[in-house]
Design a protein around this ligand. Structure first.
Ligand SMILES: NC(=O)c1ccc[n+]([C@@H]2O[C@H](COP(=O)([O-])OP(=O)(O)OC[C@H]3O[C@@H](n4cnc5c(N)ncnc54)[C@H](O)[C@@H]3O)[C@@H](O)[C@H]2O)c1
Ligand SMILES: CC(C)[C@H](C(=O)O)[C@@H](O)C(=O)O
Ligand SMILES: [Mg+2]
Length: 357
């Protein structure tokens, strides 16, 4: 197979972890006889610094032509001025919107070998296997925003907007995913307070009744979900929710496997290339120290192989290698819980050694 993969390293630890995921993909290419062509492009703060735009046209065009995109992270204190004209994060939001990547799959996969890394008790996290489907191109992230007034009367607003069509397509995708798993779908909203959540709940209920009556379906309010997630995580199978709730709940869920550095994601649309990235950010507090956990990005590369290139055996090979590394007790600092740890490159070296066809 030949495939062209665009790499968007971005900011902070982005370049460090993308370098390692690329080495893993190259090893997969050699092992399975594929030709992967990599092109790196600018996004985020570095793109603001070099081109004055967090998503330069050249980057967007290259992404459109590619088979898949692997992104590191964007943002950092250097670009945090609230009065700045643009922000690194705007580049990420725009690429998701431009490519129509409305479905963000965030698997919360437990590696049994890593149970010691979680701050939660083993009996709570055991058996946890959740697939979050976070709606990614709508909701409050993309609603109209405004600043007006001055002095103590100055105000800011941003609207949460969902259309029926946006809810239907993400719920359908989530319900189909549930059919291939434990056949359970939970929809998370704030319908006791928010109008868009009431629309979300009505549309989801109709889609489930009309098209997926075989799937066990329930709804949970987002505040309660934040609690259930760390109290009884193994009760959930597929969880579908809006853009902001999905963002927050999945960072919380990273404490099940033990670190943000363990969670990958896939952002998919109805056609065109998918975008794959860790769920974490640019981790400015550890950038440049060589200690970032590359496994979330390496697992995102596995999702890229599975979802964009239909290379399931190759994706399995990466996931198996990660499992073996963890079983061997090898840990980056974030999952070492004070014990011995290895750095970013050494962790990727250990994964590389274990990639087999
Ligand atoms: N997809 C993205 O590009 C993305 C996602 C989230 C945040 N951000 C941006 O990143 C910047 C920093 O945000 P933040 O600090 O709130 O969140 P963050 O996810 O970057 O970091 C939160 C904490 O987790 C740790 N961490 C994250 N990834 C890690 C890894 N791979 N290995 C070890 N530790 C890791 C960090 O060191 C930090 O202590 C902000 O500008 C934010 O907007 C970008
Ligand atoms: C950086 C930010 C725009 C982004 C989001 O909120 O979607 C991040 O937190 C994520 O989870 O990918
Ligand atoms: Mg986030």
């Amino acid at each position: 197979m030949k495939a062209s993969i665009v790499l968007l390293p971005g900011d902070g630890i982005g370049p460090e972890i993308i370098d390692q995921a690329r080495r893993v993909l190259e090893k997969v290419g050699q092992t399975f006889g594929h030709e992967f062509n990599f092109e790196s492009h600018l996004i985020g703060g570095i793109a603001i610094d070099k081109i004055g735009d967090p998503l330069p046209d050249s980057t967007l065009q290259a992404c459109r032509k590619s088979d898949a995109i692997l992104l590191g992270a964007v943002g950092g204190p250097k670009w945090d001025d609230p009065s700045a004209k643009t922000r690194p994060e705007a580049g990420l939001l725009r690429i998701r919107k431009e490519l129509g990547l409305f479905a963000n799959l965030r698997p919360i996969k437990m590696f049994d070998e890593l149970a010691d890394a979680s701050p939660l008790r083993r009996e709570i996290i055991e058996g946890t296997d959740i697939l979050f489907l976070r709606e990614l191109t709508g909701g409050i992230y993309f609603g109209p925003s405004e600043r007006s007034g001055s002095g103590a009367e100055e105000s800011a607003s941003q609207a949460m907007v969902y259309t029926v069509g946006e809810v239907e397509r993400i719920v359908r995708l989530a319900a189909e995913a549930a059919r291939g798993r434990k056949n359970r779908l939970t929809s998370v909203d704030k319908a006791n307070v928010l109008e868009p959540s009431r629309l979300w709940r009505q549309v989801a209920a109709r889609v489930m009744a009309e098209e997926f009556s075989d799937v066990h379906y329930d709804v949970v309010l987002v505040d309660a979900m934040a609690m259930h997630l760390i109290n009884r995580p193994s009760d959930f199978d597929v969880v579908v929710t809006g853009n902001m709730f999905g963002d927050i709940l999945t960072d919380e869920a990273s404490m099940l496997p033990g670190s943000l550095g363990m969670l990958p994601s896939a952002s998919l649309g109805s056609d065109g290339p998918g975008l794959y990235e860790p769920i974490h950010g640019s981790a400015p507090d550890i950038a440049g120290h060589g200690i970032a956990n590359p496994l979330a990005t390496i697992l995102a590369a596995a999702m890229l192989l599975r979802h964009s290139l239909s290379a399931n055996a190759e994706a399995d090979a990466i996931e198996a290698a990660v499992g073996e590394v963890l079983a061997a007790g090898l840990r980056t600092k974030d999952i070492a819980r004070g014990g011995e740890s290895i750095g970013t490159v050494a962790m990727a070296d250990e994964v590389l050694k274990r990639i087999r066809s």
